[in-house]
Ligand binder design. Structure first.
Ligand SMILES: Cc1cc2nc3c(=O)[nH]c(=O)nc-3n(C[C@H](O)[C@H](O)[C@H](O)COP(=O)(O)OP(=O)(O)OC[C@H]3O[C@@H](n4cnc5c(N)ncnc54)[C@H](O)[C@@H]3O)c2cc1C
Length: 379
């Protein structure tokens, strides 16, 4: 039998790291187990957008803003670069402009309308053709997802003495004993399973009745040339979201003018609904531009990416943004688990043994806040 810990966490993605942080800062001894040697799951495959603007006003937005505070703390502690870039939603259709206007008037998210000229003054990426205006929000952050998990894990180990067991797959948890596939074992008072989209290895029967669904997203990367970078108006460059995004995030759905946007897009471009396509762009200071995305659920998920989806994403992006180089330098997909109605699926399967998975497409935005709320409830 290996060491005993106060808390054992399974999964080294952003959800597992969030719980490790909250537990360790309470002075508890923490072990974190991650199957791969370097995290490879959804937490490294995303846009790196911390996106409070997409969360419904009230409880969900508060969780996102709480998470934002933790990201800024990591920035202050020099754990990783966190850009306070804000975001611009572009309106290339009159109904999009009306929806953004209505949303701003609610005052829930502190966003403000921009004229066409103001958008173009802040973003070199916004396509001026057909641009009617936009919406500015200052709460959004950018982190580099390729390095964030690794940096946070190292910081947790160095500063908060979290023991990291990378390259260790936990195959069973019984009576608070965690067994690895190499027959090592550990015991912990509390166990938190943050296994992301892996719903098969541990507690498959709980997952099969949980309502959780898997969702696959296709993503692309381009690179802006140095000249293009120099042309950026606002630095750091704001995240860009299109009118299509207005039908994707829950924050806009209570507005009266929401249905007009949704119906126009469904009526004119049903292929976008078929693959859950909306388009966003995040421009990193090294010139990388991450573009996406699509959403295919459950049985629709194939191991093979669809060229058709990539082409639709690029077609829609070309309508709303300008890049000096559209050459795609990377393509990948990511899969996350999502519950249809809960912000995250949480279940205590045994006293002190909890499953905590499925923040869907907002895990980077919500995980610190969700873990903070959970630990306040549990202790
Ligand atoms: C393409 C894409 C784009 C996205 N964009 C954004 C965005 O911009 N902003 C945002 O807020 N959210 C975004 N999301 C959502 C966000 O990335 C996820 O919600 C989040 O990363 C989920 O974190 P996680 O820790 O649950 O999962 P993961 O990152 O997948 O981590 C789970 C980990 O558990 C490990 N594991 C599983 N089972 C075991 C076991 N038995 N033993 C040991 N280890 C195990 C896995 O190896 C994995 O590393 C995006 C998601 C995708 C896929």
């Amino acid at each position: 039998m290996n060491r005993k810990y106060d808390v054992a966490i399974v999964g080294g993605g952003i959800v597992g790291l969030s719980h490790a942080w909250m537990a360790a800062k309470r002075g508890l001894s923490v072990a974190l187990f991650e199957r791969t040697h370097v995290a490879e799951g959804a937490s490294v495959r995303n846009f790196g957008m911390i996106w409070p603007i997409g969360q419904t006003a009230g409880h969900d937005l508060e969780i996102a803003l709480k998470s934002r505070e933790f990201w800024l703390q990591l920035k202050a502690d020099k754990v990783l670069e966190v850009e306070e870039c804000g975001s611009i939603h572009l309106a290339h259709h009159q109904d999009e402009l009306e929806l953004l206007n209505e949303f701003c008037k609610t005052g829930t998210h502190g966003s403000e309308m921009l004229t066409r000229e103001q958008v173009l003054a802040r973003s070199a990426m916004a396509n001026p053709k057909g641009l009617l205006g936009g919406m500015w929000s200052e709460t959004e952050l950018r982190v580099n997802p390729r390095v964030a998990s690794t940096r946070i894990a190292k910081w947790l180990s160095d500063k908060l003495s979290v023991d990291l067991f990378f390259g260790t797959t936990i195959h069973s948890i019984d009576n608070h004993v965690l067994m690895s596939t190499t027959d090592e074992s550990w015991i912990a008072d509390q166990v938190i399973v943050c296994s992301g989209s892996d719903l098969q290895t541990l507690f498959p029967s709980v997952f099969s009745t949980s309502g959780l669904r898997l969702c696959k997203l296709q993503m692309l990367k381009t690179k802006i040339s140095t000249g293009g970078l120099d042309a950026m108006k606002q630095s750091p460059a704001p995240h860009i979201a299109s009118g299509l995004t207005l039908r994707h995030y829950s924050s806009f759905q209570n507005c009266d003018s929401y249905s007009a946007v949704k119906q126009r897009i469904s009526g004119n471009t049903s292929e976008l609904d078929q693959f859950g396509i909306h388009v966003m762009a995040s421009h990193f200071q090294n010139g990388d531009v991450i573009l996406g995305d699509s959403h295919e659920y459950g049985d629709q998920i194939s191991p093979f990416d669809k060229v058709e989806i990539d082409e639709l994403i690029l077609r829609e992006l070309r309508k709303v943004i300008c890049l000096d180089d559209w050459n795609v330098i990377e393509r990948w997909n990511g899969i996350y688990a999502k519950h249809p109605s809960l912000l995250v699926f949480e279940e205590e399967v045994d006293a002190g043994v909890r499953i905590f998975v499925g923040p869907g497409g907002a895990g980077m935005t919500l995980s610190f806040g969700l873990a903070d709320r959970a630990w306040k409830q549990w202790n």
